[in-house]
Design a protein around this ligand. Sequence first.
Ligand code: NAD
Length: 449
Amino acid sequence: MALTSTPEVRTTKPAPVTAARESDAAASPARPRASLFENVIHQFNKAADLMGLDANIRKILSKPQNEISVNFPVKMDNGRVEVFTGYRVQHNSALGPFKGGLRYHPSVDIDEVRALAAWMTWKTALTNIPFGGAKGGIQLEPWKYSPDELQRITRRFTYALGENIGPEYDIPAPDVNTNPQIMAWILDTYLSTIPPHLRQGCTHVVTGKPVVSGGSLGRDKATGQGIVFLIEQWAKDKGLTLSNLTYTIQGFGNVGSWAARLLKQLGARMIAVEDHTGAIAEAAGIDPDALADYVRIKGGVRGYESATAIDRVALFRMKADIFIPAAMESQVTAATAPMLEVHLVAEGANGPTDPEGDAILQQRGIDVLPDFLCNSGGVIVSYFEWLQNKRSEYWDLEEVDHKLRKKILGAYRSVRETAAEFKTDWRTAAYIVALRHIAIVYNERGIFP
Ligand code: NAD
């Protein structure tokens, strides 16, 4: 059964909500634009208030453990030298080595990386994998550089990070504009800088590698696969048949394109897509595999012949069952949340919904699969890759998919139960599950000295 009616609510009046902080946000859409890390703290505080998180643990988790910033020179193809700024923020390691992606994008700055690192801490705690949270990146426009230049930038960044990364200490992975090739360069550079007799035991310094260089089968599609397992479960819980559902998607890179290609196998219809080159729509459905082939050649969805160009607002206003933001943060806001005519926002991206947007989604009764649950498939399979490297094993795809499904649906159930227990939204419930886990560890281990 497809969903046929969509909520028409257009009010800005705040709905009764469970926590004071959120009703503040809903009542004050004019709140000065907060930084991304302030958004994280806003979400964190709401959950911490509701669950009564210990004040000392709250203090510890409100700040990252370490922040590394490096400026490093790289020779360009024309012989000139450019100096780049790279970051690695290690938010928390109570549960295990720091873990998180590296992003190459002009928006990368210390605040963005800090926020993304904190979300990694919650993600690994929620999914119960023995990692802490970190994130990193370089502020640059990667499309301006040749493959050779990108290789030198990557290698020099890895060298600049030095012992701040390591297979049992801090393990990077792909994120926006980084991919298995970049992970292979990081691996090679790292191994070249440590003593020869240690090298074979250190291939787990980075995950998301090409399979022949020690990567895991299924890591390329893992984040999209996780999203699809969750959407399938959500539809089941709602008594809906996926093959009757439609969706729109923002971002058609690793996460967005894989989610779409896997949803196609279940019969769901993609009716609009946006990426950094533009937006397109087709009510009869856009074939994700054909579009992925087109994007591989053309670099974006713009100009795809079997769909019509639309503007960004039309994408947000398009009536569909599901919207999957799978690009950048702060896309669902006070301005765009009232436009959405969907029943579910499945957050493939990190931080796609800001607190004002979140309050509006709740007020309008739109379900949300929150980012650090919804996109956790990537880090879960990164953990499997790390384990395979440590044990010198290669798992087959069925084993990877089976274990991913089990883990991500376990997290889904914990969030669903906790949302019911606290009568709260799923994002806050996901925080509560994650924070409970970390709080137990701090309580058991105490604070040195
Ligand atoms: P990617 O570089 O492969 O793709 C990014 C996509 O976003 C591209 O299609 C790009 O065109 C689009 N995009 C960029 N700016 C845009 C804009 N302003 N408007 C519309 N579209 C825009 O990156 P990815 O790995 O797919 O990551 C996407 C999101 O998913 C990020 O938030 C990332 O942190 C998150 N994520 C990624 C992984 C992973 O395994 N790669 C895991 C968890 C979360």
